[in-house]
Design a binder for this molecule. Structure first.
Ligand code: ADP
Length: 612
């Protein structure tokens, strides 16, 4: 059994493994498609929306963790290149130089603030004017005039003329002024604070033109999150930081449409087919996305799917199956764990149980078929035996009266009789044998029809006393001449029964015949008809030899005789009571016997009373 279970277990395991291997191959193809589609989408997005906006879209929506784009013409991509470390020296005016002197050398901040304001007014360009105002605000703040500083900064932010102004490193001045104002208003509840915060946050999430340099954006985002806890998080900040980290690492080399290590621990990169865009993914993002794709497949719903980056081992239960995650993720594996520690053993046990049950059922079916065949054969054997018995009985029973009749006829023909009286006696004997022969033949014919189911009853309402009288009258002479005392209580006026007259008379004749044959010394027979409950009872009672309890159970069987030689001598063939039972059953009735050996027997036929 154990070997059987082990073999079935292996077979089941093989089957399940094949099924899962197929499902994993399909899943891997889907994972490949996913990354290939993403690579194509990168190129498309950059072409449609431009580098900065596609960065905002793809990183902001979580399609990738970061993105670096290169312009094919080597112009602007995103993130923008780092700003120069040292500012471009601007041509400063006399007023500007005076203000710087006041601020830095004399530390006269109020005077310096006024001088910067004058420098702003006299500045040759908007950039310098905005820068002078920024310096004015700085001096106001240093002079302790925070409100004045904020007002100056808000003037820069509010004036559309300064919208695009930049400092010598290329940084935009308005967001810098807004940040400075927020720093000054850090713990203030002045209503302007909220407006400035919103305006600056909007500017930082705006990836349109004029484009904020990446390094300034990252700096402002980080600083804003430090000084303004009520500022909502920036979804692209982490992406900006990751891109800056990746850009710092050179050279960038990515295989188009394949996920390869980005050169930073735990970061993977995917290049667009044209190589102009490289998306970056943190390892967890790749694992999460791949597991999402795999778990969505119905075929893998029953198992635990774990995506394993290169070099990562599966924790916990051993994997039932591992397979490559896809051709675009070199070295990545997917591992399947089954829910049950050993589901194959259970499946194998179930399978073996199914085999055992099937085998058992087959055996049961075969046994049943054999039983039916045996019953059929037995029936055939019994039928053959019955035919033999019947033939033997018929020939024997016919022979006895026929031979005595022949002897009597021969005696009469040869004139071997004393006188007329003896001749009459012989003739009476002849008549008796003739009657016996007729009754035998009647019984044989009835039995034969009965066996072939050819008996047709002609039913009609019958009065019980009619049946009793007809039967009694036809035997009366025989009984009386043999010295019997025949008591008849037909009880006229009883309800009718529905039956075949000849058949029911035959029943009574057979019962009377038995009473006659087995009367022994006591020659008294009583015939009664009476009602009981919803039945009509016809009863023949004798005080003859009686029947033992054991024999009484068999006397209604065909050819059964308690004492064969006695019955044969009495002219019986073992069919009378089986004919009685057959006829009465066909009439919906029953036949009972009560008997005591040596004291006599009472046969009672119960027939249902006709409804009406
Ligand atoms: P048979 O033609 O031999 O009488 P039956 O079927 O009529 O066959 O009866 C079966 C057997 O039952 C008889 O052989 C006899 O032994 C027993 N039997 C039937 N009626 C009586 C009875 N009134 N008294 C004693 N034995 C009887």
């Amino acid at each position: 059994m154990n070997v059987a279970i082990r073999n079935v277990r292996l077979a089941v395991q093989q089957k399940v493994a094949d099924a899962y291997r197929g499902a994993l191959a399909e899943a891997a193809a889907e994972v490949d498609d996913r990354w290939e589609g993403l690579a194509a989408a990168l190129a498309q997005s950059v072409a449609d929306a431009g580098p900065a906006r596609s960065f905002a879209d793809l990183v902001g929506s979580g399609a990738c963790d970061s993105l670096i784009t290169y312009d094919p013409a080597k112009q602007a991509g995103y993130p923008t290149p780092p700003l120069p470390a040292t500012p471009v020296q601007a041509a400063k005016t006399d007023e500007w130089n005076r203000a710087e002197h006041l601020e830095n050398d004399l530390r006269g901040f109020p005077a310096a603030a006024r001088a910067y304001a004058e420098a702003a007014r006299l500045a040759p360009g908007k950039d310098l004017a905005a820068l002078a105002l920024l310096a004015q605000a700085r001096c106001q703040a240093r002079a302790g005039d925070g409100d004045g500083a904020v007002t100056t900064l808000m003037r820069i932010a509010a004036d559309p003329a300064y919208a695009d102004t930049r400092d010598q490193q290329g940084r935009f001045i308005v967001p810098a002024a807004q940040l400075r104002a927020l720093e000054l208003l850090r713990d203030s509840d002045r209503p302007e604070r909220k407006d400035i915060l919103e305006a600056l946050a909007r500017r930082l999430t705006d990836y349109g033109e004029p484009l904020l340099p990446s390094s300034q954006r990252v700096f402002l985002m980080r600083r804003l999150q430090e000084i303004a806890p009520d500022c909502p998080p920036f979804p692209t900040l982490a992406g900006e930081e990751l891109a800056a980290e990746c850009l710092a690492r050179s050279p960038l080399s990515a295989t188009p449409s394949a996920l390869t290590p980005a050169g930073i621990e735990g970061v993977w990169q995917l290049a667009s087919p044209d190589g102009h865009a490289v998306a970056f993914f943190r390892q967890q993002s790749v694992v999460r996305e791949s597991e999402r794709l795999l778990s969505a497949r119905a075929a893998l719903a029953q198992v635990t799917v774990t995506v394993l980056p290169p070099g990562r081992a599966l924790a916990g239960r051993p994997a039932f199956l591992t397979a490559p995650l896809g051709s675009r993720l070199a070295g990545w594996q997917v591992a399947l764990q089954l829910p049950d520690p050993d589901p194959f053993a259970a499946a194998a046990r179930r399978q073996v149980a199914a085999y055992v049950w099937t085998g058992f059922l087959v055996i049961v079916v075969i046994a049943l078929a054999a039983l039916l065949a045996a019953r059929y054969l037995l029936g055939q054997v019994r039928l053959a035996r019955l035919k033999n018995d019947f033939l033997a009985t018929v020939s024997h029973e016919l022979k006895t009266p026929l031979s005595s009749m022949r002897v009597l006829v021969d005696t009469l023909l040869d004139g071997h009789y004393r006188d007329q009286q003896q001749a009459v006696e012989y003739l009476q004997l002849l008549a008796k044998e003739n009657l016996r022969l007729s009754r035998l033949i009647d019984n044989f014919l009835t039995f034969s029809r009965m066996e072939r189911n050819k008996v047709a009853f002609d039913c009609q309402p019958l009065r019980p006393d009619e049946i009793v009288n007809e039967a009694v009258e036809s035997v009366r002479d025989r009984f009386e001449s043999a010295g019997f005392k025949l008591d008849v209580e037909p009880s006229p006026g009883l309800p009718t029964v529905n039956g075949d007259r000849d058949a029911l008379v035959t029943v009574m004749l057979n019962l009377l015949d038995n009473a006659y044959k087995y009367s022994g010394a006591g020659k008294r027979v009583r015939v009664r008809a009476y009602g009981q409950d919803r039945n009509m009872c016809l009863e023949v009672q004798d005080n003859g030899i009686g029947i033992s309890r054991r024999a009484a159970r068999k006397i209604f069987d065909r050819f059964y005789q308690v004492d064969r030689s006695l019955s044969r001598n009495a002219g019986g063939c073992g069919l009378g009571l089986s004919i009685v039972k057959f006829i009465i059953s066909a009439h919906g009735g029953t036949v009972q016997v009560k008997s005591q050996p040596g004291k006599g027997s009472t046969f009672t036929v119960l027939l249902p009373v006709e409804k009406g």
